[in-house]
Ligand binder design. Sequence first.
Ligand code: SF4
Length: 483
Amino acid sequence: MLSYLTIAKYLNGIRCFKRLWYEENIPETAAPTSLSQQRLFDQRAEVKNHAYHQFPDGLHITTENSEIAVQETENAMRRGERCLFEAAFRLNRTFVRCDIIQKDKNGWRIIEIRASKRVKKEYYLSLALLKHVLDEQNISVSATQLLLLNGECVYPELSNLFVIEDVTDTVSLIQKNVRYDLQSFEMILNREVAPNVLIGKNLCNLPHVCPFKARCWEAVPKNSVFTIPRIRDPEATALAENGIFHLPDLPTDFPLTPTQNIYVNSVLNNKPTINSSAIRQELAKLRYPIHFLDFEADRPAIPMFEGFTPYQEFPFQYSCHVLHPNGELTHHEYLHTNPTDPSLPLAKSLLSHISDRGSVVVYNAIFERGILKQLAESFPEYAPALQSIANRLWDQMVLLRKHYEHPDFCGSRSLKAVLPVLVPQLSYKHLDIQEGADAPAAWNLMLNTNSESEKQTWIKHLQAYCKMDTLAMVEIHSVLLAS
Ligand code: SF4
């Protein structure tokens, strides 16, 4: 049985015909939902619930059954309801639900709720589709609006959590494309085989990795043109359009920056390019005790703690390995395990574990520096000590980026790309959390579970993951010393 074309499928179809076809025909081959993606969905649902409370006269059409939802919507409108949540409408194969529709003197306002502080292009597209469907049913639409998160809202005062953005004019402008889009999508969905769509760096990875990427990228070589560091999307796409995926096929006059050139040569010669003297010079700047530090942080859509705004970041965990001059390695950590603001206890613990001398090695210092700055601003009495840590940050990733290239890094310098090459005996593979993006999701699951044993399991997973990040830096440090 053919499924309906929903808003989500419509947006995916606009991005990629092939993804639309795959979702209809082989949805079982999509990558499973990750912890971080599930957290996104959960946060969206939470934001919607908050928004609904701002419309006390709203009637919620709760049924999941499409036909019944359409019927209930029709009945509610006929009997004079003035505000509906999840109102359902069907137009041929298209089935949509509006977050909120509200009656005013000129017709119905369509209000879409988004867990974002900014308007994005896809929001206009969703509203254009909704308005098209309602127009086709002769339902007068008076305005199309977005309910967005208000960056000025400060917990615990959540009465101003949302701001309304009227986008009626922009939506009207793009609405004319919807009819054509829907016709195209009908044709795509009726095809026996998937349409041909050329893969793309941005297309398949942004804003989130496409769940069908493993399938579409199966034949792409490991060191493809897409792995050239910081290659721009149009350049990579132009190469792919000409059938150039392998680096040996790269035209000799293809413009490369010095960094890109080093990578390409490393791949072509199949050997690493290591600037040992520069690495030695950088390592000589490190002072004992050498701390290897990593934070995990969360940024909830709806602020949870006093003084916080939507999406304001805070650390909830750190791991710190300390390498002493005699070669001894010690480990310290902090994980906040109750639903209170972790900032102060974490800052105090950090200051007890990082001494007032010695280097602090991190991987991608922008993140750690930002966390330390925020903690220093929040707790002025600890600001000098926190600032001292920030002043002693030393970025291992920058050193690798500048002075250590390896074909098996595949153009990346993420810890997950570098570790298996430099320290193959150490791996994230056996861990239940394998990506930094999943850690905040796991932390929230730990906080919200009612089961003590489940809570303890999440605590173990979080501790193991964060500890692995700093141990990885320690081991990479040893490799660099020997290089
Ligand atoms: S991986 Fe890329 S080409 Fe393949 S379906 Fe997804 S977006 Fe389309």
